[in-house]
Design a protein around this ligand. Structure first.
Ligand code: F6P
Length: 529
């Protein structure tokens, strides 16, 4: 399929965009049937797309577009384990991690179940203090070493779910991702090797940052204990590359497998989620998987016009391709979700930041816009000025949580009031009463989606994250790109290798002038120290 085959539908979508350009969102909201068609509920999450800039006609055209490019058949192929990641010749089966994925091969289900059994046994042993360090003391601190998909999901959920009763008896979890030594120094400061457990997570086991940090952690442990035999009680690994992990020194029983059919940014449901399991316990982790499975079933079974990730993807591509939105702001109105924009940045931008189609041919349309964001209400006193009165075109996702911190109902009511009001201002805008007050004009008409989680429980957040995963897949199909590779990150990794050597004094004369200047400048600074 080539997107040019869909030219007639694209033409009617373009005509709708022109038609809608003269209709303000405040007028679109007068159509109750339209508003109702844009609100959906699932697993304790309420998805409200009514502040998007579509009417029923545009919505119908978008659905027609999804049908014309066989989105349902492509969804079914992914869920059944087709090798849709063509550039790496891999299946895309993160849904198989969410218990009982129908249609997936028996051997995959057996491997997933067996790994989960081992993980849960390990988690129970650590949380119940049966797992002891080399001097016989229980584990108090866990240091998770990993980056990108081997970091962001665990950090997001460990923070988001720290309020659960089951999280109160967990060890402290610390995250180390950056190759900057400040990160690991901060994490290790004040920890005792006797009561610290390290989890090294790397799908490839070749990621530079994780290797450097894992080596530093190992040295830190050995310098303080002098006990090589104790490593087994203090280091666990998660990887697909069992050979490289064994060379690092992990024993078989301390390693948990990953599979190449799980993309890094889709992997929090696997052994990558070990710190989440340690934090919230196995029962709550099962609820997280239940929430994701509810999203999987909804995605697999719902009609396109009722299908939340399909609608989210159609509206996102509409905003990018037809309304010209340059960025997507993810605005979390809950401090516990502070890492959500970072997590979604990787999920959406690494997946869909592409400029060739599924066959490797260059494309001439826009794909994923820049995703950024932060926490409300703080952002209101920083960048919301630009959102309300700047010249950029953007879309926003508001994430609200109905049930807040039980002890502070006034805070929570203000938080919700602000989250709802900001979306209102971005939609309706404001026309000043007096001619001379144009500086107070807020144009509004910015498309936004509001998601309200009933409460911040494992099931709700599991559902929310799986909906975003499926949205990413659907956007990839709509743009005819491969959402599951990330070749663009390789060039920078290669370029850093000679520069690392040149910063130790190797000849840099073959570098381009700008790079040579920066290497010389940094060498000069280090010499001056
Ligand atoms: O460099 C990008 C990337 O490959 C991501 O896709 C991935 O999540 C991250 O690095 C970490 O990779 P790994 O788990 O193999 O260490």
């Amino acid at each position: 399929m080539n997107l040019s085959d869909t030219a007639p539908i694209q033409d009617s979508l373009a005509a709708s965009a022109v038609r809608l350009s003269s209709i303000h969102s405040r007028d679109l909201l007068q159509d109750t049937a339209r508003n109702d068609a844009l609100k959906h509920a699932l697993a304790g999450c309420h998805f409200d797309f009514s502040r998007q800039r579509v009417d029923q006609q545009a919505l119908a055209e978008l659905i027609r577009f999804a049908t014309s490019i066989d989105l349902p058949a492509k969804r079914d192929a992914m869920l059944a384990g087709a090798r849709i990641n063509k550039s790496e010749n891999r299946e895309v089966l993160h849904t198989a991690l969410r218990r009982g994925a129908a249609g997936v091969s028996k051997s995959i289900n057996i491997e997933v179940a067996e790994t989960k059994r081992r993980l849960y046994a390990c988690v129970e042993a650590i949380r119940s203090c049966r797992w002891r360090g080399y001097t016989g003391k229980p584990i108090r601190d866990v240091v998770h070493i990993g980056i990108g998909g081997s970091h962001l999901g665990p950090e997001l959920l460990v923070n988001a779910l720290a309020h659960l009763p089951s999280a109160q008896k967990a060890p402290n979890i610390h995250f180390v991702a950056n190759v900057d030594a400040q990160d690991i120094s901060r994490a290790l400061g004040g920890l005792s090797p006797e009561t610290t457990l390290f989890i090294v997570v790397s799908k490839s086991f070749s990621t530079l940052e994780t290797q450097v940090n894992a080596n530093t952690a190992r040295s830190w442990f050995l310098e303080r204990t002098g006990n090589l035999d104790a490593l087994g009680q203090h280091f666990l690994g998660v990887t697909t590359n069992l050979t490289a992990a064994s060379e690092f020194g992990f024993s078989k029983e301390n390693l948990f497998p990953l599979w190449d059919w799980v993309g890094g940014r889709f992997s929090l449901w696997s052994a990558v989620g070990l710190p989440i399991m340690l934090k919230i316990g196995c029962e709550a982790f099962d609820q997280l998987l239940d929430g994701a499975r509810a999203a999987d079933e909804h995605f697999a079974q719902s009609a396109l016009d009722q299908n939340i990730p399909v609608l989210a993807a159609l509206l996102a591509t509409w905003n990018t391709s037809h309304l010209g939105c340059d960025s997507l702001a993810v605005l979390s109105y809950d401090q516990r979700l502070a890492v959500l924009p970072d997590y979604l940045q990787q999920l959406e931008m690494e997946s869909n930041g592409k400029s060739v189609d599924i066959n490797g041919d260059p494309i001439d349309y826009r794909t994923m816009q820049v995703l950024w964001g932060g926490c409300g209400t703080n952002g209101q006193h920083a960048y919301h000025q630009l959102l309300h009165q700047g010249t950029s075109k953007f879309a926003a996702d508001f994430i609200l949580v109905g049930e807040g911190d039980t002890g502070h109902s006034e805070h929570h009511q203000w938080l919700l009031a602000n989250g709802i009001a900001q979306g209102q201002a971005m939609t309706l805008g404001h026309l000043p009463a007096n001619e001379g007050e144009q500086h107070k004009r807020v144009q509004g008409n910015h498309p936004s989606t509001t998601v309200v989680l009933n409460s911040l429980g494992p099931e709700q957040i599991g559902c929310l994250l799986a909906i975003y995963e499926h949205k990413v897949f659907c956007q990839g199909v709509l743009w005819n790109i491969n959402s599951f590779d990330q070749w663009g990150v390789e060039l920078g990794k290669q370029l850093a290798l000679p520069i690392f050597a040149q910063l130790s004094g190797e000849d840099a004369s073959t570098q381009d002038p700008a790079t040579r200047h920066l290497i010389d400048h940094c060498l000069g600074l280090n010499r001056a120290e």
